[in-house]
Design a protein around this ligand. Sequence first.
Ligand SMILES: Cc1ncc(COP(=O)(O)O)c(C=O)c1O
Length: 408
Amino acid sequence: MTEAAILSRLSEARGAFPGLVTGEGQPWHYLDTAATAQKPRAVIDAMARALGEDYATVHRGVYARSAEMTLAYEAARRRVAEFLGGKEDEIVFTRGATEAINLVAATWGAANIGAGDRILLSTLEHHSNIVPWQMLAERVGAHIDVCPLTDDHRIDLDAAEAMLTERHKLVAFGHVSNVLGSVLDAQRAAALAHAVGAKLLLDGCQAAPRLTLDIAALDCDFYVFSAHKLYGPTGIGALWARSEILDGMPPYQGGGAMIDRVTFEKTTYAPAPQRFEAGTPAITEAIALHAAIDFVDGLGLDAIHARESELVTQLRDELGAMNDVTIFGPAGSAGIVSFAMDGVHPHDLGTILDEANVAIRAGHHCAQPLMDHLGVPATARASFGLYSDESDIEALLAGIARTRRIFA
Ligand SMILES: Cc1ncc(COP(=O)(O)O)c(C=O)c1O
């Protein structure tokens, strides 16, 4: 497809998102997709159908509607597997990336990380990829090491190589930083982890909506993402784990659906992935996630990434020409630009921008250790989605100019 054809498909796609207009029918310049993406009509409709005329429980019903719902739920699992390049029995549905990481920490982590062992994280991690490991480390007497960043704010894999030892059992890195947009060289991270016998977990929350993924090529051991950042609903996400690892993991939560046989004397468990999905699952959310993946794949992640990268370059060029603005993160960042304006707190900037129908995120972005490293309490963050275009950047720049006048 030509570049012009891709552009026209992406700008047409903007019309599929009912959330991108204000209550007064004005364009809403939504630059907070890294927090959560707007939903296309196809996802909203799929969820409404699943909650309405198709609704029934899964895995238990003997009636036809339940059997159909079970097929749809399992088809969603297959679709996630295909999207990541894994096998369907390697996909565990979770409430989101946070729960997926907690699941790995509570099951694989508790069984494989012990006193004196080490876990390597990085300075730029989201709290979801820090706190579960800290909780585990405290419980079992393990140690957390923190891989520093390069001068241009990427995870410093040379430093990781120097830090890793045979005591490291796990490396857990963000595939794409939610603050800086920095893209990890995941293959090298996997090679470094595996060279000392450690496993690699990738937090793919910001990568799944932006990069074409191929789990086999990445060579990681665990991959997690949240559906709501991938244009799907809240309340569902996925963990992918290599089957030989998943099969050996003890259960997470106990309850219905995760068992083989229950007696008061002894309970045996279902095989993976059911062993990790206790209780009635997020049925309608899984079906809507399936629709979201179809929507995104229909446009093509390469095209989405290329378009977002153009917008990132354009915004970085504009902000880079302002002598009262500091940009954080590397030039080749994916879809996300964090910055600070001299003398203006990001919350004030965000409030003034909101008056002009521009939505950015201002704060620590659940990455307080990164804020400490950058030496700021907060940043302003503009993050793009497949529906973003130049009009969003123009509105943001106009709002920045207005803020400057107000604070002058
Ligand atoms: C990089 C990253 N990791 C983890 C999370 C947590 O995702 P969730 O809140 O959907 O579980 C987020 C969400 O902001 C994120 O951006």
